[in-house]
Design a binder for this molecule. Sequence first.
Ligand SMILES: [Cu+2]
Length: 238
Amino acid sequence: MLRTAMHGRSMRTASTTALALCAVGVLGVGPAAAHDDHGRSGDRDKVVTKQADLAALNGSGASGKATVVVRGDEILRVRVRAEGLTPDAPHAQHIHYGQQALNECPGVAQDLDADGRLTTVEGIPAYGPVAVSLTTTGDTSPASVLAVPRYPFAEKGRINYRRTHVPFSDVAGAGAGGGTASAAQVADAVRRGEGVVVVHGVDYDGDGTYSFSRGGASELDPSLPAEATDPAICGLLR
Ligand SMILES: [Cu+2]
């Protein structure tokens, strides 16, 4: 029932979520070391492969691997494999990046309210805002951050996701001073090894679906349970 409700709401909530992510981006940790975003064009045309070991957050018990093959301002191929996720439920998944972020997965230091639960927003100083939405069909920009019906459905807790020709796009809140990062800047950051893959969705209470009973409502959208949006696995694309 809940999943049906989420489907109906997901499109409307994207803009609200983007605003929330931007607001947090502005409050992010201090300026990171300046990066040289002006790679020579020859470097940008090279095919670069980055891989991430996806480790559990929030006690999800899940794990996985992600691979992206980047050339220019495009991901030629992306693959995400994971197991141990909340079964038979959709899992939003993104590449996160922020120039002001730590460009790493969050740890206990990011659990600001020390409730033992790491929310998506608490993790943003570590991994930055959403830069690429790893959807199964259609748009892959940050606007699809919570387009739940277009994310992989984890049969038996497993995801085996592949997509080709995913363009990078401009990302609000990911640039210098919390401004917009251009698609080229985001592509260069992923090439440098600063992109972070996050798969969301944790069934804390083990009732087999995303519910409000533990964790309450998502700070991204109070009509969604936090279980649907909290990060389950995370890894840096090295
Ligand atoms: Cu995400």
